[in-house]
Design a protein around this ligand. Structure first.
Ligand SMILES: [Zn+2]
Length: 298
């Protein structure tokens, strides 16, 4: 039975599809809605709907006995993306229970995914022409979104579920730069992205299955000096806390980030609720070094 803490992470799901459709987004902003796990819908000022890693079925229960903790906030039949990105082929990111339905219902939607994900989607009957491959180092502009793929380091440690081509994403929309981790371990190559001056970062923080833990995600966000940090991938499974390495509380990330000297916003998402993202207007917002003597340097 979900704890009350778990229930507070999910808003009543009714009408998400309609809320997304009706939401008009001012220029200079992007609005995001959490679908649970690493799934998000992003909507731009031009009305573009970008879906990333939507997991809307319960197929992982059939495969691994991992049951979802809450009903999907919208069904595969309700999804109407203009662009849909899967960061890698694992079923909670490339959902066999919803990707074929979404592709069929939205024939003009463009799907982007790494080659090993593409091979699976095509085998499920998704038309090859509807999918564009997305590999680390590649940049694509679709409508008003410029997407760059960055190599992820994602080792879930499950034989047969190895991923060699998973990606993280940088999204540039209306002059705003958003980092989306997908699934990745902490890696020093990610630190080097600091020069990109992200306004916002969506960071996996569950700490198991080949992902950063809350403290590693906090360190990355602090190092980059992002204005807004959105912890993710901490809430999807009913029995997610089975490992003592799991870090599932966004407050853990927030407190580590604050101890490091981070001064950006940490927004713990609620499934089905919106998050408004805007540009950091005063340069690097969240980067502050605290020396041993307690003095602070920008
Ligand atoms: Zn995952």
């Amino acid at each position: 039975m979900p704890s009350s803490n778990t229930l507070s992470l999910v808003s009543p799901p009714e009408g998400l599809q309609e809320r997304v459709r009706q939401r008009s987004v001012p220029v200079g902003q992007v609005v995001a809605w959490w679908l649970g796990g690493a799934g998000f819908i992003f909507k731009t000022s031009q009305g573009t709907q970008l879906f990333v890693d939507p997991y809307l079925s319960d197929v992982v229960n059939d495969i691994f006995g991992q049951q979802r903790a809450f009903p999907p906030p919208l069904t595969a039949d309700q999804a109407c993306p203009d662009v849909l990105i899967c960061t890698h082929w694992h079923e909670d990111h490339l959902d066999p229970g919803s990707i074929p339905i979404i592709a069929r219902n939205n024939p003009t939607a463009l799907l982007l995914m790494p080659p090993s994900a593409l091979a699976r989607a095509v085998s499920w009957g998704v038309p090859r022409r509807q999918i564009t491959t997305l590999k680390a180092g590649q940049t694509l502009t679709i409508k008003d979104i410029t997407i760059t793929a960055v190599a992820a380091r994602h080792n879930a440690g499950v034989e047969g579920w190895e991923v060699y081509d998973g990606v993280c994403l940088t999204l540039e929309i209306d002059g705003m730069k958003i980092f989306f981790s997908g699934d990745t371990e902490y890696d020093t190559s990610l630190r080097n992205l600091r020069n990109l001056d992200f306004d916002s970062a969506f960071l996996s923080m569950n700490g198991v299955g080949g992902n950063m833990n809350a403290h590693e995600a906090a360190l990355l966000a602090w190092h980059w000096g992002v204005g807004t940090v959105v912890p993710m991938h901490h809430h999807l499974w009913l029995n997610a806390a089975a490992s003592d390495e799991a870090t599932l509380d966004p407050d853990l990330l927030a407190s580590s980030y604050s101890k490091l000297g981070g001064i950006g916003r940490v927004i713990a998402p609620i499934v089905g609720d919106e998050i408004v993202l805007s540009r950091v207007t005063n340069g690097r917002a969240g980067h502050r070094f605290i020396s041993n003597a307690g003095t602070t340097q920008k």
